[in-house]
Design a protein around this ligand. Structure first.
Ligand code: ADP
Ligand code: 5GP
Length: 185
């Protein structure tokens, strides 16, 4: 059987360190392709269109959904997020490993449409540490943090739906483990 690269989905509660782990991994392995999602969320300081996200209006998001251009999409803490379908398929066809960093609802939708995908859950060392990280990031207003923590409780309860759990104690260790799961090293 040929070793076809799989689609890997990385999920986990907001603030657990998904972006940090992925950024660390891609610094050393820029060949790992990360899908850039579309979102209706406003950019945080330093975020750029086409790099962290494609920042779109509500109307543009409506159109992407209506035209079937998204592999999956979900509403998360008051904004919509979705994975552009074409780019993911192109990379998989080209035989490259593909990584999606999406929420629990998106992970479930990918599992339905692409059962061969591997689902990886990034867990915090503890609830208190998750709250510390999300608050310490300093990018969200208190009411947004509350919404994200409410979502986090739901996401943490769904850990068993995933193929693998990685606990984000050390960014370096988790990045290495993720690369191994993706057959990159
Ligand atoms: P996510 O993408 O999951 O929402 P971020 O990558 O933005 O989370 O990380 C949230 C905060 O936690 C950031 O301030 C980041 O620097 C910090 N962080 C991430 N991983 C770790 C870790 N292993 N130990 C301590 N702090 C971490
Ligand atoms: P943030 O606003 O912190 O960048 O992301 C909030 C949540 O949305 C995170 O859990 C992130 O993984 C998720 N997310 C980002 N892009 C997508 C996407 O394309 N689809 C889905 N379903 N979730 C996404």
């Amino acid at each position: 059987m040929s070793e076809r690269p799989r689609l890997t989905v990385l999920s986990g509660p907001s603030g657990v360190g998904k972006s940090t782990v992925v950024a660390h991994m891609r610094k050393e392995h820029p060949e790992v392709w990360l899908s850039v999602s579309a979102t209706t969320r406003k950019p945080r300081p330093g975020e750029r269109h086409g790099v962290q996200y494609f920042f779109v209006t509500d109307e543009e998001m409506d159109k992407l959904i209506a035209n079937g251009e998204l592999l999956e999409w979900a509403e998360f803490a008051g904004n919509r997020y979705g994975t552009p379908r074409a780019a993911v398929h192109e990379r998989l066809e080209a035989g490259e490993p593909v990584l999606l960093e999406i929420d629990l609802q998106g992970a479930r939708l990918v599992r339905e449409s692409m059962p061969e995908a591997q689902l990886v859950f990034l867990a915090p060392p503890s609830w208190d540490e998750l709250v510390r990280r999300l608050t310490g990031r300093g990018t969200e207003a208190p009411e947004v943090i509350e919404r994200r923590l409410a979502a986090a409780r739901i996401e943490l309860a769904a850990e068993s739906e995933f193929d693998t759990t990685l606990v984000n104690t050390s960014v370096e260790d988790v990045a290495r483990e993720l690369l191994a799961l993706m057959n990159v090293v």
